[in-house]
Design a protein around this ligand. Sequence first.
Ligand SMILES: Nc1ncnc2c1ncn2[C@@H]1O[C@H](COP(=O)(O)OP(=O)(O)OP(=O)(O)O)[C@@H](O)[C@H]1O
Ligand SMILES: [Mg+2]
Length: 332
Amino acid sequence: MGLQEKLRREARTLADKKEAKATPESKAARAAEGRGTYKAQQAAATGTSEKKRRVGTKMVPLPSDYIVPERDAYLTPALECRHLGIDFGGLHAVENFNLTVGKTEIAGLIGPNGAGKTTVFNLLTKVYQPTRGTILLDGMDTAHMSTDKVCQLGIARTFQNIRLFPSLTVEENVMIGLHNQVRCGMWSGIFRAPRYWLAEREFHRKSLELLDVFGMADQADAVAGSLPYGAQRRLEIVRALATDPKVLLLDEPAAGMNPSETSDLMDNIIKIRDQFQIAVLLIEHDMDLVMGICEGIVVLNFGKVIAKGTPDQVQANPQVIEAYLGVQDEEA
Ligand SMILES: Nc1ncnc2c1ncn2[C@@H]1O[C@H](COP(=O)(O)OP(=O)(O)OP(=O)(O)O)[C@@H](O)[C@H]1O
Ligand SMILES: [Mg+2]
């Protein structure tokens, strides 16, 4: 072990001992000043406390050593990554990435800026083909599949920067997602055969049903680009849901939302999981959201997994604290 690493460990141990000794009042005061544990600082910054957690899932270990919600223990995981990696030139953007997401789990992928989180989503959706490793979607190996194919098989995503068709209506944006499900042949479309009208009716019915999940059915005719930012983010989720996914990937769904919108979003993500019985893997910097609804969490730093576990385990992990905040300079 190098000297620098020894010093870091020493500093961490000292900080941990000090935090353990501190009274609740002094912990809160130090956290408010931007010191103390990551968990305490997050609580001070966001007002988060254990009471705000919206899920109390019992996680159980699989033979592979990964944890999933107890209810999913005997079901094929929605998503598994084994030793996944991609290089960009000399940069190992993602290296030896392992992940298991239970059939109906809400899982979190977190890490500092540039850690490789969006790159993992790009690998899962085949925007990039992995340099190394395996991805299993509902038990099926997706090696060499295209983006379209994995979408058909059940993986859907939203993007860090909203990607809607801004000049189309809200309903038309959802219909684009539905084309994966409801089919009518080319000739039926050209000649407006009865099958075409049946499919159109079905598109319309399903679109409104999906928009209703977010209470947006009454905005079906609005132009997507004219919606407020938070509503556009919700519409992107609805469009992803329209492809009938088994796994929904959300890349920073709360970015740009105000606290009340974020709070509604948390309820809606749980609702989506319950209603559609799917897995959700989300990337998010808002720790209130992550710790509030995620059941299992994986932490990336410089392309590598540095921690995984329940929200409690992750928040207490010194490597996570260091990755986010650096070792704290605690004065005596
Ligand atoms: N196509 C690419 N070519 C070269 N480098 C890339 C490419 N895509 C991503 N990277 C690099 O990979 C690293 C991880 O980027 P990524 O966008 O996955 O980070 P992130 O964790 O999503 O960060 P943020 O929280 O800021 O969104 C960065 O160093 C980025 O510059
Ligand atoms: Mg990103």
